[in-house]
Structures are given as structure tokens and as C-alpha cells.
Design a binder for this molecule. Structure first.
Ligand code: GDP
Ligand code: MG
Length: 163
């Protein structure tokens, strides 16, 4: 069975930026093949020779925090059903929000491995600010700068090891 990693989180945390980064190499190859149609939310990637599919959730990415709880629940449930592993992404620039708590509460009901990723950690200043996310009651989180790719390797090392 193939491994499927879903990226979940509220709007603007950087899910699509990571998704595109993970697909970058493969997409370049796919693009050169004429007539290949691509799904913008599913893509193939690999790490250290291990293949996996990535899902960019975010049907509720309306660019605002005004999300309907029902829509979040639907998206999270979809990701949980489809994925073998889940990246739960939050944004250090905005800090921990009520919606983050809500999403995490829903995710914890699943038995799938959840990788908590704090994005937009572009420098050591944000690294310090990220400690706020321990308030979720978690033991571990990964810090990431989707924009530069810094931190991606540590996350993928652990994800593919758990496949
Ligand atoms: P999504 O709504 O969760 O898919 O978020 P996007 O990937 O569309 O990113 C939302 C905004 O955050 C965009 O303007 C990105 O350029 C920006 N962004 C994403 N990752 C980073 C990051 O690591 N650092 C910074 N500073 N900005 C980021
Ligand atoms: Mg998006």
C-alpha cells in the first residue's frame, strides 16, 4: 500500500508552499511530458528513495480566519480518512489560535501519526517564539520555513521512518 501524507492546518499557515516544495523535483519531470494533467492537490514526492503521495488540503483556504467549524471538520476528516500520516501545520507569525486547538482536537481522535509543524520559522527569533505551541500539550514539534525549505529534512526523515 502506498504512503499518503496529508498537510492539514488553517488558512495561510503555508500548506501549499510546503506542498509545492515537496513536489518541485517531480513536477519538473512531469511537466516535460506532454498531455499529463495534474491534480493540484495530490502529488508524488520522495525522500531518501522512499516514495509517497502528498495531499494539500485547504479547500477552506479562503484567505481569512472566518472558517466554518463544519468545513474544518470535513477537511480534517477527509485527510484522516485518506492519509497514512498527517502533517499538522501552524504559523508562528500568528501564534496559537482557537482554530489550531480545534483542529488538533479532531486529529487526535485518529490513530494516524501526526507530525506537528510550526511554519514561518525563518530565523532564530521565531524559533524562540515557537515554544508557545507547547501549550497544546505536545511533547514535540518541528520548526520549518516552507519559504526556504529549512527544516524540511528533519520532518521527512521521521515521517518516512515511520511508514
Ligand atoms: P496555505 O493557505 O496554508 O496553503 O498557505 P500558503 O502556502 O498559500 O502560504 C500563505 C502565505 O504565507 C504566502 O504568502 C506564503 O508565501 C507565505 N509563507 C509560506 N511559508 C512561509 C515561510 O516559511 N515563511 C514566511 N515568511 N512566509 C511563508
Ligand atoms: Mg493552500
Amino acid at each position: 500500500m502506498s504512503n499518503i501524507v496529508a498537510i492539514v492546518g488553517r488558512p495561510n499557515v503555508g500548506k501549499s508552499t510546503l506542498f509545492n516544495r515537496l513536489l518541485e523535483r517531480r513536477e519538473a519531470i512531469v511537466d516535460s511530458t506532454a498531455g499529463v494533467t495534474r491534480d493540484r492537490h495530490h502529488g508524488k514526492s520522495d525522500w531518501n528513495g522512499v516514495d509517497f503521495t502528498v495531499i494539500d488540503t485547504g479547500g477552506y483556504d479562503v484567505g481569512t480566519d472566518d472558517i466554518f467549524e463544519e468545513e474544518i471538520r470535513k477537511q480534517v476528516q477527509l485527510a484522516v480518512d485518506e492519509a497514512t500520516s498527517i502533517i499538522f501545520m501552524m504559523n508562528v507569525a500568528e501564534g496559537l489560535t482557537d482554530t489550531d486547538y480545534e483542529i488538533y482536537r479532531l486529529l487526535r481522535r485518529s490513530n494516524k501519526p501526526i507530525y506537528i509543524v510550526i511554519n514561518k520559522v525563518d530565523s532564530s527569533k521565531e524559533e524562540l517564539a515557537a515554544t508557545e505551541f507547547y501549550q497544546l500539550g505536545i511533547d514535540k514539534y518541528y520548526t520549518l520555513s516552507s519559504a526556504t525549505g529549512s527544516g524540511t529534512g528533519e520532518i521527512l526523515d521521521d515521517i518516512v521512518r515511520d511508514f
